[in-house]
Ligand binder design. Structure first.
Ligand code: PMP
Length: 292
């Protein structure tokens, strides 16, 4: 993956993909302090670009550093890189990290780096499985208490338990894992938020110790516009027995139905299908009709 053609934006410059390298003593490689985003471009435009760039800045601020490029500069670099790569539909990955000046826990004066890569990634989950519904396992690791970890930052270090949980689930033949939080309440999947359907209403956990996804908020708006009530509340794992449908949301995952979580089964039902389609419509850029 590091030998593709094309370009990567790194610290203000477009450089060849294979030349976008970091030193092995990079602080964030040792201590988990990189922050990143995951975005998608549709029809040549990046969906909710500025919200993502703002969240990148906020993630770094939470970890105690400032990205040396403004939100507008990052937006601009993303747009230019998308054009340079020549893609209409693509995945966009901005990342910022502490450099290699000092590699001990403290890194007050390390340079803050920032890069953006864009590649083609049509589907986060196997497209054939997508509309049949994913099978999820229960994760062993739990989302940490916000007083234990900076849970509002999209920080690389917080993904260690996500990768472990995803790998353990895949080893058992599942597509992903559903994580509880430190209290034992349902939290999210390893890279996406979760929703349930019951009696025509959406139920989703309160995002108080995990990422309040941009897709999560978009889907909540889309549902409300359809007159579907959205209930944010604490959800206990045993309540899954009473839900009819389940789906995941994320910039990469989009809206993906779930057919199983551990012992519980769900239908890929009408509300999931409606929101898959509403989201697919919402991400398309508004076409301005040329004046006749
Ligand atoms: N939770 C986690 C752990 C994620 O990695 C993601 C993907 N960024 C999400 C939730 C969904 O966030 P968004 O909708 O903003 O992509």
């Amino acid at each position: 993956f590091d030998q593709l053609d094309g370009f990567i934006w790194m610290n203000g410059q477009f450089i060849k993909w294979a030349e976008a390298k970091v030193h092995v003593l990079t602080h964030s490689l040792h201590y988990g302090g990189a922050v990143f985003e995951g975005e998608r471009a549709y029809g040549g435009e990046i969906f909710k670009l500025t919200e993502h760039s703002q969240r990148l800045h906020e993630s770094a601020r939470i970890l105690g550093y400032t990205i040396p490029y403004s939100v507008a500069e990052i937006d601009d670099a993303c747009r230019k890189l998308l054009k340079l790569q020549g893609f209409q539909d693509a995945y966009v990955r901005p990342i910022a990290w502490r450099g290699s000046e000092q590699t001990s826990v403290g890194a007050q004066n390390n340079r803050i780096h920032c890069a953006i890569a864009i590649w083609q990634w049509p589907s986060y989950f196997d497209p054939e499985l997508k509309m049949k519904g994913l099978r999820l396992d229960w994760a062993e690791y739990r989302r940490p208490d916000p007083s234990t970890a900076p849970s509002k930052s999209k920080a690389s270090g917080l993904y260690m338990i996500c990768t472990m949980s995803k790998h353990l689930a895949e080893a058992k033949g599942y597509a992903d894992a559903l994580m509880l939080d430190w209290r034992g309440q349902v939290a999210e999947a390893t890279g996406a938020n979760v929703f349930f359907v019951k009696d025509g209403k959406l139920h989703t956990p309160i995002a108080d110790c995990f990422l309040d996804g941009i897709t999560r908020r978009t889907v909540m708006d889309l549902a409300r516009r359809r007159g579907i009530e959205v209930v944010e509340r604490a959800i206990l794992p045993e309540e899954l027995a009473g839900f009819e449908e389940c789906f995941l949301t994320g910039s990469a995952a989009e809206v993906t139905p779930v057919s199983e979580v551990g012992q519980y089964r769900f239908a890929v039902g009408a509300i999931s299908r409606l929101l898959v389609q509403d989201y697919a419509d919402a991400v398309q850029p508004v076409k301005t009709v040329a004046a006749a």
